[in-house]
Design a protein around this ligand. Sequence first.
Ligand code: SAM
Ligand code: SF4
Length: 352
Amino acid sequence: MENIELINKLNYSGELDFEEFKHLLSTYDQKDFEYAKELAAKITKKIFGNKIYIRGLIEISSYCKNDCYYCGLRRSNLKAVRYRLNKDEILLSCKEGYKLGFRTFVLQGGEDLYYQDELMVDIIKSIRQLYPDCAITLSLGEKSKETYKKYYDAGANRYLLRHETYNEDHYYMLHPHSMSFKKRIECLHNLKEIGFQTGCGFMVGSYHQTIDHLVNDLLFIKELKPEMVGVGPYLVHHDTPFKDLKNGKLNQTLFILSIIRIMTKDVLLPATTALATLDSNGRIEGIKHGCNVVMPNLSPQEVREKYLLYDNKAIIGQEASEGLKELIETLRYNGYEVVYQRGDYCKFDYKG
Ligand code: SAM
Ligand code: SF4
């Protein structure tokens, strides 16, 4: 089958088998790339109109007990500058964000044992109480099902936990054996069972990633049915074991984003900071390829450059909450409108 026929099949049936995906991802050309982009944009427009949801990203801690080989926050990186926000600082960021119009707060961080269940529950409850009209998204890594349930009962609504790769051997090329592929996947199933709007995802261009791995990632997304998908390019951090690798590729990331939109239809799909870091047009290109969420940085200014997953992180201008006006303008110029709503996942019965 021609690639355009495969893209059409994915659009109508919502699925391709392993070999079909493999053919598409390994042989697509510029024409297929443009075709997928247009189709993804059409689907996004039909479901979300020209609306782009904004989330305020609060990076609560740069401490991490894990040692993922690709990440600047890994515990073995002794040069990483560590900080953590206390409850008051987190609430202050929410207050600033609320004033700016954000109605979703994303609390993200390394796996920092400082935030024991009692403290995290207290923080979540306080945000819920102060901002009842806001959604609370967490991205704090792997926890027990009991802990996830406590977070949920305290008022958290969404949880982002990228699966990173759906291939066990590849998982251990990216992570030490002290981490567990099975546990990662189990966490995602637990989050879904509890009722979280759940996000999985992966980096494009990670170490030793093959087309087969990417196909398995797409098939896993199909199977898990997440409400959100986080996909961005892998970017080098100079103080990690992967310091000599190359960044993920812009066009491959954009193509995969459009394929995810065509496959899933209504998923919430952010144009990530990594994409904006890789290329100055990355964010807007992501949106043109089917993304419908942006997450400006709402962390206190002084910690933003300490939360470094990769080199040259984009933290100023439109990446920052202070640059929201500029971001709104850029999006408007390109025909999109930022909306100040929670922007929860809504099932959409898409008919081509
Ligand atoms: N610690 C939590 C976790 O790992 O799920 C949440 C924060 S972690 C920094 C969020 C995501 O950042 C990870 O899932 C990973 O995909 C991404 N990330 C880490 N290092 C990266 C790098 N060098 N390039 C691009 N993305 C990276
Ligand atoms: Fe820690 Fe997350 Fe970075 Fe892994 S990706 S080292 S878990 S912050």
